[in-house]
Write a protein that binds this ligand. Sequence first.
Ligand code: BES
Ligand code: MN
Ligand code: ZN
Length: 522
Amino acid sequence: MNFSYAKETSENVKADALVIPAFESDNPLKDYACGLAVGKLFLKGDFTGKSGQIMVLPAQGAVKADRVILLGLGKVEKACGKVIADALADVYRHGSIDAQKIKTLAVATEVAGEPEAVKARDLGRAIADAAIFGSYRFLNHHTKDKHVKRVWVEKTIIAGMPAKHLAEVKTGQERGAVVATYTCHARDLVNEPSNFMKPRHLAKFAKDMAAKIPGLKCRVLEKPELEKLKMGSFLGVNAGSADPARLIILEWNGGKKGDKPLAYVGKGLCFDTGGYNIKPNSLGMKGDMGGGAATICALGAIAALKLPINAVGVVPATENEISGTAYHPGDILHSMSGQTIEVDNTDAEGRLILCDALTYTQRNYKPRVVVDMATLTGAAVVAVGSKFVAMMGNDAETIEHFEHAFNRVGENVWELPLPDCYDKLLDSPVADMKNIGGNPGTITAGLFLRRFIDEGQKWVHLDIAGSALYDGDNWGLWNAKSPTGSPVRALVEYAEHCFANPGHKLDSEHGHKHGDGHLHKH
Ligand code: BES
Ligand code: MN
Ligand code: ZN
């Protein structure tokens, strides 16, 4: 996606179409310079500015662009970056983009850009998000014209922004575009089927990405090194696979030397058959490396934005297969931490690869905060669905910062407890613990991981089983049945605004509730 800024006011910009966003009212275009001329293009009352409304009209000279696209933003009281981004994303994936061959789209910011309604920087980010997510398609495996030759917007022209706000809008848009682009890389990785996305392919993506970003380092540990590190839990899961495991490590040192890093650890399970506890239907389990994809791409964005922090990303990558060498129910695995694990269920493999990665990360990096993320439990989909991330952790302040970060990027998160009373469900008669603890499944998975967190280590666990693999209809920035890249945007937001400013006060600039209920505690 190409972004540019028009010097002219929006009605004078040449483009295939001009989007005019407007808030809901009896006369939604009254604040717009050429509102009178544009108002003649439709019958009174047809366009009210109601949220979700989109009208594509021939401009007939009312503006210099060929077409006008009226976009309803809903009530002005509810205005914020998320409202604008969600509404505008719908324009980019609207059927008329292809049908009417709209390649250049100008966005009038006079109305939506009212700094009282939306901060200029948020507006810039909203436009970048809408353009990049709204135009997202996964076309790597299409060969037929029908798909490949479809038209979508290639250029977004930001028009009508008063000069005094331009710099802020531009900053928001440019940084937003970086984060959105890396988030879409994560979506591509999740979309790739397992025959194109083996551990070695995920590792190659990380290496190639790091090679393009100055200062970002990537190392990949291969099986003999993992054996030397005694990662018996991780290697147990890999035992049935013809493709050897990889531990992918990304390091960004943008902070002071010796500053403790932020550590992201992501489940890179390239395909989950369930193992001998075979899944009745494993369709969709190509996406079980969503946490790993998010970790890799968050490190990419953090480095591309040159954030002034030290950060590390660690991704254990393997498949969970069935074969003559595969691990069995009842096997006992010796983890890197020294703790032993009875395999009660080979399908609870995510925690088995994460526990060794968490031990490795804590021993080698002594992080200030460690955050793991995984498509870990079907129970998380039952509990919070695919529009929320389930969050657990051991430090109230870090949890609050993550809620803030998710809210700031307009994504939903809900905290679940990690009560001690369920921990004993993990006890085993033959080993230090077993790998399943029954219901509540998302919480017992979190409690399993907690057994591998060192005393005093601040830790957050994000179960993204629903949110990473969104399978609903078009919703906000996301298109139907599409991996979302969740939670890359929140990870970058946390790194930039919370981790980089320890002890900062959470601002209340986003302190109102949205209809879909993401949290606001401040
Ligand atoms: N990758 C799955 C979890 C999953 C399920 C993600 C559905 C996305 C959608 C994970 O490895 C798994 O199989 N978990 C088991 C755990 C159980 C055996 C305790 C599950 O959720 O059924
Ligand atoms: Mn599984
Ligand atoms: Zn899995």
